[in-house]
Design a protein around this ligand. Structure first.
Ligand code: GLU
Length: 293
């Protein structure tokens, strides 16, 4: 779709069809829908299906079914990320052209082994806000000739952002406007905490960070409403927006719905799945109540 006129707020719900929606998704979807309606704005649905191995048409169908059952209406056509790989590639090429990206050849197993060996000696390996080890520096320091040789040999590789270079290029501190359930106000963005984030994978032609940033701009999203689990990731999105010259939405990171064990809900847990609750006789109004709306 083309970007909506800027005077009308544009909201989106952006699930990945790699499992069934649960109560946490219901909270996100209903909040986006209701806020758009109250503001006389747009409510869009985006299917985040860049991971072609884990996303399935059945889960995508289930998303439409569950959202319709909740009584939500979204504008058509739905944006499916798998139909926009060319746009993510164009954004990646721009960042490559700016000298901010390098090919990364280490497999997950190699990274794991390197981190484990380092930690076995009593050292601490730096971790990102989600607790994953930062990507080692080996590939960042590889010479152009060595990179070329590996690529010509057909060694699979991802593309990663050289975080230090990117942050230096922007040359000033970044922030975002937060109106959510946690910290509020102008939040300082610290993208460096994430290290050299992946922009495209060897097995997927984009990454979550790159495609979400490109799509929010392409769809003219003015308000991003999503779970607090993505609060810290916003720093990376702000950096990419700045590098690519894209507008910044206002953010609202909402509380997470937790299970009986106090942990964030997962897609594999069927008891809090929307389809399972529907089968047990729950109604859409019950779901609103269950998520505290
Ligand atoms: N696709 C992401 C998820 O299902 C949400 C992305 C976003 O809202 O920015 O967790």
């Amino acid at each position: 779709m083309s970007a909506a006129p800027p005077d009308k707020p544009v909201y989106r719900f952006a699930p990945s069809p790699n499992g069934l929606l649960h109560l946490g998704h219901a909270l996100s979807a209903i909040l986006n829908h209701d806020m758009a309606r109250e503001a006389g704005g747009h409510f869009l649905l985006r299917i985040e299906d860049i991971d072609l191995t884990r996303c399935t048409p059945e889960f995508e169908e289930a998303i439409y079914r569950d959202l319709s059952w909740l009584g939500l209406e979204w504008e058509k056509p739905v944006r499916r990320q798998s139909e926009h790989f060319g746009e993510y590639r164009a954004a990646l090429d721009r960042l490559i052209g700016m000298g901010l990206v390098y090919p990364a050849f280490m497999t997950r197993g190699e990274v794991k082994a390197k981190v484990a060996a380092h930690e076995a000696d009593g050292n601490i390996w730096p971790r990102d806000p989600d607790g994953s080890p930062l990507y080692p520096e080996d590939d960042r320091h590889r010479s152009e000739t060595a990179r070329k040789t590996l690529i010509e040999r057909g060694v699979p590789h991802a593309f990663r952002l050289d975080m230090e270079k990117a942050v230096n290029l922007v040359g000033r501190s970044l922030s975002w406007t937060e109106t959510g359930d946690g910290e509020r106000g102008e939040i300082p963005a610290d993208p460096s905490a994430w290290g050299d984030v992946v922009l495209s994978r060897s097995d997927a032609p984009s990454s979550y960070h790159l495609s979400v940033t490109v799509d929010d701009a392409a769809q003219g999203i003015t308000h991003v409403v999503r779970g607090l689990d993505l609060f810290e990731a916003t720093a990376v999105h702000r950096l990419l927006q700045e590098l690519l010259g894209l507008p910044q939405p206002v953010y609202r990171h909402h509380r997470l719905i937790v299970g009986q064990d106090g942990k964030k809900l997962s897609k594999s847990e069927s008891s809090t799945g929307l389809a399972a609750l529907r089968d047990q006789g729950f109604l859409a109004g019950d779901i609103r109540r269950l998520v505290g709306l």
